[in-house]
Design a protein around this ligand. Structure first.
Ligand code: GRF
Length: 237
């Protein structure tokens, strides 16, 4: 499965002497459920046009959260799809997918969005639905990654940016970074330290994806080196 970001497509077109297209910026829809510090990091990065992306909408599964307030302050449109507002999970999932699709995203980013999406959503956004998780997957998947890592007694944990598949935190890994656990850490202090690393990793990873493109083969995600890899693939026939 190959994805080329709008920025890469533009560069390729220019080199082949094809019709010159306007410089394109990748469109991000960001899904949130809480404080929204990862969203804020993306909004801040997008303020620099060389980053290559813009947050075109923020979606939530609940009202009254700081993440939505951050979007409002940044002048970014928002939508909310609460599970309780729909007769069943499948209908909610379809509505969420439609709300996102309305903004024609190149990437959908789950930045602390605390719901698992279903088949409709994955069908529409497979291969371009990115999530961030506060552990080194496959260790400690699920809602309580930081608590579980502390309870296990690991000395190093971290964060993972990955492509969402139908499982819980099981999709192909795009990037990871380690964070040491301190002896006096509790869940709050460790999560806070992980989140500092996580924000930087998310911003860096999304930026590289939109600027350089990415490919997925089996469980292996490659960001950049796209043209070399494509040429390789063509050679192999
Ligand atoms: C992040 O650690 C994310 O990985 C987890 O929830 C946290 C969200 O933080 N699922 P924020 O809302 O972006 O501040």
């Amino acid at each position: 499965m190959w994805h080329v970001s709008p920025r890469v497509a533009e560069r390729a077109g220019r080199r082949r002497g094809a019709v010159k297209v306007a410089r394109m910026t990748a469109r991000l829809v960001v899904l949130v459920s809480g404080a929204g510090t990862n969203l804020q990091a993306l909004l801040d990065a997008c303020a620099d046009s060389s980053y290559g992306a813009a947050v075109v909408a923020v979606g939530a599964d609940r009202r009254g959260i700081e993440a939505l307030a951050r979007a409002h302050r940044a002048g970014v449109p928002t939508f909310t799809q609460q599970l309780s507002g729909h007769p069943d999970r499948a209908t909610w999932d379809r509505a969420l997918a439609q709300s996102c699709a309305r903004y024609q995203p190149d990437l959908v980013i789950s930045a602390g969005f605390m719901k698992l999406v279903g088949q409709d959503f994955l069908g529409r956004f497979a291969g371009r639905f990115v999530n961030t998780h506060p552990s080194l997957l496959p260790a400690f998947p699920g809602m309580h990654a930081v608590r579980d890592a502390l309870a296990y007694g690991v000395k190093v944990t971290g964060c993972t940016v990955f492509l969402v598949d139908a499982g819980t935190d099981t999709g192909p890994v795009i990037a990871q970074e380690a964070v040491p656990v301190s002896e006096d850490d509790d869940v709050a202090s460790l999560h806070e330290r992980i989140k500092r690393t996580e924000r930087a990793l998310l911003v860096d990873t999304v930026g590289r994806m939109v600027r350089d493109g990415w490919s997925v083969r089996g469980r292996t995600v490659q960001v950049g080196h796209h043209e070399a890899a494509a040429a390789n693939q063509a050679r192999q026939g």
